[in-house]
Design a protein around this ligand. Structure first.
Ligand code: PMT
Length: 403
């Protein structure tokens, strides 16, 4: 059977660590799987393994510098970044991870990383204390939040003769991780996924509104993740500063709950999956002033609020057999019971519970901690992760319930 890597363009970045000797085998496995491999080495990687070894294995000259000194030939980091289907840094030293996390583009590898639109993987390798250091953890968290996938280092004997976590994952395991990723990347192709994100603003007058703290990060992470799996995504977004970058994400910008309902209903007609991640305002002012209310003339005002339509429940009543409808529940107490109750009332297949009692979860953060409840009674609790990783977990749950 042919490998999912067959025909793929892989940029293999090699950095200056002793595990660089394993990169030769990794390149060999990529080539055997039918991939085209372009190696970029950092200057210090050349101290550990020769460019000749890598160019012989891949059939392509290795790139280290921005240009070849004797001929003046320029290597375009932009072209290389765009050529890649997959961008793999193995081994990834603490130094290169830090540069990638902060955008220090002082070599060909990091510059190409910043230019690529490919899915990026790093396989860290370093001594156990460097691996455990707070700054390494911080850089890895930043990279994860940026959508980089980390192929965890293994435990074992290290070059320092100490023993602990820091060994680069074995080349065969790196290949397996990439193959699984490609298989997953096509798992939603042909599907239309509707996602709501962000807050809604309910106008009081031309300058004021009732809103909430939703940043849209969770919904946008879901949209990007579904698009990466091959789905066509309609993202109905309240007012946020997030930007969707994947070309398969169509953003419909709305302001109020009523506008969000209209856009969601229109997209739901041919949607296969709908995920309601928006924090929809439950109430809107019964009347909207057409002129700015002046404090000098109106020392006290009372607002009469009227309940907004429930978008998830409206879609839940209109759903066709086969459509999957997923809600979120943002709770502060009695979490699981409230979430299960919302799932029943809104006719959802699945609800993603996040609690404001958990540090790092909910509004505005780059992380979330969720528990997924299914209509059949199964429940799964996840640890605190970046919103990108949470989005992947949620899509995995959806794909499992679709089968
Ligand atoms: O945007 P971020 O800053 O990244 O924060 C993410 C988040 C906290 C907003 C997100 O993870 C989340 O929990 N979204 C749902 C918030 C919410 O409004 O929960 P709820 O328990 O009030 O609503 C339950 C479900 O009904 C939700 O799917 C909601 O979208 C939907 N709903 C609610 C009210 C309404 N009028 N219409 C709806 O469709």
């Amino acid at each position: 059977m042919s490998s999912p890597l067959s025909g793929k363009h892989i940029v293999l970045g090699i950095t200056g660590g002793i595990a660089a000797y394993k990169s030769a085998l990794l390149a060999r496995l990529f080539v055997k799987a039918g991939a085209e491999v372009q190696v970029i080495m950092t200057p210090s990687a050349r101290e550990f393994i020769t460019p000749l070894t890598m160019s012989t294995l891949t059939g392509k000259p290795v790139i280290t510098e921005f240009f070849t000194a004797n001929t003046g030939e320029w290597h375009s980091h932009v072209d290389l970044g765009l050529w890649a289907d997959l961008f793999v840094v193995a081994p990834a030293t603490a130094c290169t991870l830090a540069k990638m996390a902060t955008g220090v583009a002082d070599n060909m590898l990091v510059t190409s990383y910043l230019s690529t639109r490919a899915d990026v993987f790093v396989a860290p390798a370093m001594d156990l204390d460097m691996m455990a250091h707070a700054s390494t953890a911080r850089n890895l968290a930043t990279l994860r939040a940026d959508g980089v996938r980390v192929i965890e280092a293994a435990e074992g004997e290290l070059a320092s003769h100490l023993s602990g976590k820091g060994r680069m994952a074995e080349p065969a395991d790196i290949v397996a991780a990439l193959e699984a990723h490609i298989a997953q990347a096509e798992s939603m192709s042909g599907k239309h996924v509707l996602i709501t994100a962000g807050p809604t603003y309910e106008r009081i007058d031309p300058v004021r509104f009732i809103g909430n703290y939703s940043s849209g990060k969770m919904g946008y992470a879901l949209a990007e993740a579904a698009a990466r799996r091959g789905a066509r995504v309609t993202l109905v977004s309240g007012p946020v500063s997030c930007v969707a970058s994947h070309p398969s994400v169509r953003v419909v910008h709305v302001e109020s709950a009523r506008e969000m309902l209209d856009a969601a209903q229109a997209a739901f007609t041919d949607a296969d999956v709908a995920i309601m991640a928006a924090a929809v305002a439950d109430y809107a002012p019964a009347t909207v002033e057409d002129k700015k209310v002046k404090r000098e003339h109106t020392p006290e005002i009372s607002l009469t609020l009227r309940a907004n339509p429930d978008i998830a429940a409206t879609l839940g009543e209109a759903r066709r057999p086969g459509q999957i409808l997923v809600g979120f529940a943002l709770e502060t107490d009695n979490e699981q019971a409230n979430a299960a109750d919302k799932m029943r009332r809104k006719h959802l297949d699945m609800i993603v519970l996040n609690s404001l009692r958990d540090a790092g979860a909910g509004f505005g953060t780059d992380t979330n901690k969720v528990t997924v409840l299914h209509a059949d009674g199964t429940t799964r609790a996840y640890e605190l992760k970046s919103k990108s990783e949470v989005a992947e977990d949620i899509l995995n749950e959806i794909e499992a319930c679709a089968h």
